[in-house]
Design a binder for this molecule. Structure first.
Ligand SMILES: [Zn+2]
Length: 237
């Protein structure tokens, strides 16, 4: 007779024994142990207390490894779930900064275009903050104080850049006009204009005009920011 019965030394269930295998495996708790023990236990288990370990690590043989590995896989599975959970809950600040910068460029571009057609370009300050905060939330996937602060910085930077590029373009056109009028015998490229445009601000008349524009633009930035600051900082009180 090739098969007999024994008792599991871990959970006390009946186990099927194979004569050709000196170990036996419990179908209920996966415990692997010598066949002889199972036979002895079935005959006499009155003074035996079953450990009832859920995953049997006390046993020997190959099965032990797979149980252990199984346990480890489950653990790393848990870790993965926790990580994903954290990613969902933690705003991605770096992505948020990128988003805020990208979208604040809308404000900068608007400034540049409106300035060229002599329209109230300062309004772009307001647009810039709104766009930057939208960009931050889109990329960081969370609304936060940090996001509001980053959005304001991004919008101000974009406005400053746009403002300076406008100044540079005016500078470029000024040289062009002077050349056309025969006042100077050379012209400059736009890239050169960008490099020297700040010298125009040394002239108080010119500086006054430009800084007034910039001040209004930044004031509108602040106005746009006020809404977010009030909402996001007020909420936490
Ligand atoms: Zn068992």
């Amino acid at each position: 007779m090739a098969v007999d019965h024994g008792m599991c030394k871990n959970c006390g269930s009946l186990v099927v024994l194979d004569e050709n295998n000196e170990n036996c495996t419990c179908l209920f708790c996966n415990c692997v142990f010598p066949r002889e023990e199972a036979i002895k236990l079935l005959e006499n288990h009155e003074n035996y207390s079953f450990p009832n370990e859920p995953n049997n690590t006390t046993t020997d043989v190959v099965q032990t490894d797979s149980v252990f590995e199984n346990g480890r896989n489950e653990y790393s599975g848990d870790a993965r779930i926790i990580e994903e959970h954290e990613v969902v809950n933690n705003e991605n600040v770096i992505a948020g900064i990128v988003g805020a910068m990208l979208f604040s460029l809308v404000g900068g571009l608007l400034w540049f275009l409106l300035y060229q057609v002599n329209f109230f370009s300062s309004i772009s300050g307001l647009v810039g903050v709104v766009c930057a905060n939208f960009g931050y939330i889109l990329f960081a996937r969370k609304e936060s104080k940090k996001g509001v602060v980053i959005s304001i910085i991004a919008a101000v930077l974009s406005i400053l850049i746009a403002w300076y590029l406008c100044l540079s373009l005016d500078c470029y056109y000024a040289f062009q006009t002077w050349y056309d009028n025969g006042q100077i015998d050379y012209t400059i490229t736009y890239a050169q204009a960008v490099r020297i445009a700040y010298t125009f601000l040394a002239e108080p008349m010119i500086a006054g005009e430009y800084f007034k524009d910039l001040a209004i633009g930044l004031a509108l930035c602040a106005l746009g920011a006020f809404r977010y600051v009030k909402n996001s900082f007020g909420r936490s009180k």
